[in-house]
Ligand binder design. Structure first.
Ligand code: 8YV
Length: 314
């Protein structure tokens, strides 16, 4: 039997790629210099796309693949996939929910701890040989501190559970109150930010959440407040963030995601009160393997004519 043909928009980890190569005929779009020419050559027989949360899949790519059945994305956020276009063509879209909750939540909590204890600044203090000249200023404890979570979804709930172990006072904002959750709900994001010392952003990127963390939210969080961002760059107004930090209207930030990755605003690079990460929320061997396994499972089910495991709602 001939193997189904797949377009790979971005690579996955090597163990996943090995299985993919055994089962399918992969076409590596990310290696092609002339992408349009490459697609014109192989596009006619391709039945699937494997992509990731960053690269996604747009209508142009779908246009080049008339036999396309499935877009399997290696990530939970699917804002870079044109889901309405896929739905209009009867193309199934899948993502990798749940399997990455633990590690993304760990990064968010790790950033909160690192920011509150100034761990990155302390590391620089030691490396620069400044310790013999004096101790670091005292940092702040997180016990009892109000932490607001923007987006109490799967990962947000995991973050909240973990923060309870540290004794934080957890609140959340989202579209709806979740009455089965023990945390305080704020229908208004600015009001929550005003009452919190830390704001953790972990909601999906949608047209509604674009720029949701704006100047008013940052000013409400204030000079004693820290923004922790592990969702998508588009949710935070990045130029406003840079300005709020440089003017001292916002106390600090710990950022894993940016508006134009892998580019990071120059001004952030020299700020002592900012921690920068290169979008590594799900980047562990175990989680990336689990994400890859789910991509493989969805492709397998689709080509077996069965319902996929984790479809995205159109
Ligand atoms: C990945 C992510 O960075 O799941 C997401 O939405 O942002 C991440 O897990 C990405 O999709 C993998 O390349």
């Amino acid at each position: 039997m001939t193997k189904p043909e797949i377009v790979l928009v971005a690579p996955m980890m090597p163990t996943v790629m090995t299985v993919l190569e055994q089962r399918y005929t992969p076409h590596r779009l990310y290696e092609a210099a002339d992408k349009a020419g490459f697609l014109a050559e192989i596009g006619g027989s391709v039945r699937g796309i494997a992509t990731n949360g960053h690269a996604g899949a747009g209508a142009d790519l779908m246009d080049a693949l008339p036999k396309l059945e499935i877009i399997a994305s290696y990530g939970v956020g699917y804002d870079a996939v044109d889901v309405p276009q896929a739905a209009a063509r009867g193309v199934v879209v899948t993502n990798t929910p749940d399997v990455l909750n633990d590690d993304v939540a760990n990064l968010a909590v790790g950033l909160l701890l690192a920011a509150s204890r100034e761990m990155v600044r302390a590391d620089r203090h030691v490396r620069a040989g400044r310790w013999p000249d004096g101790d670091m200023p005292l940092a702040r404890s997180i016990r009892g501190k109000p932490v607001g979570i923007l987006g109490l979804g799967r990962i947000g709930k995991d973050i909240a559970t973990k923060l309870q172990v540290f004794g934080c006072d957890v609140a959340y904002h989202g579209r709806h109150e979740q009455t089965d959750q023990p945390y305080r709900y704020y229908p208004d994001l600015v009001a929550m930010a005003g009452d919190c010392e830390y704001l953790i952003v972990i909601c999906p990127a949608t047209p509604e959440t674009r720029g949701a963390v704006n100047r008013a939210v940052m000013d409400a969080l204030g000079p004693q407040g820290t923004l922790i961002h592990v969702a998508r760059g588009s949710i935070v107004d990045e130029p406003e963030l840079v300005q709020a930090l440089s003017e001292g209207r916002l106390g600090g930030a710990a950022l894993d995601v940016f508006a134009d990755e892998p580019r990071v605003p120059e001004a952030l690079l020299s700020m002592e009160n900012v921690i920068l990460q290169p979008h590594i929320g799900s980047a562990t061997v175990e989680t990336r393997q689990a994400m890859g396994d789910l991509v493989l499972r969805n492709l397998e089910l689709q080509f077996a004519g069965e319902p996929v495991a984790t479809p995205v709602a159109a």
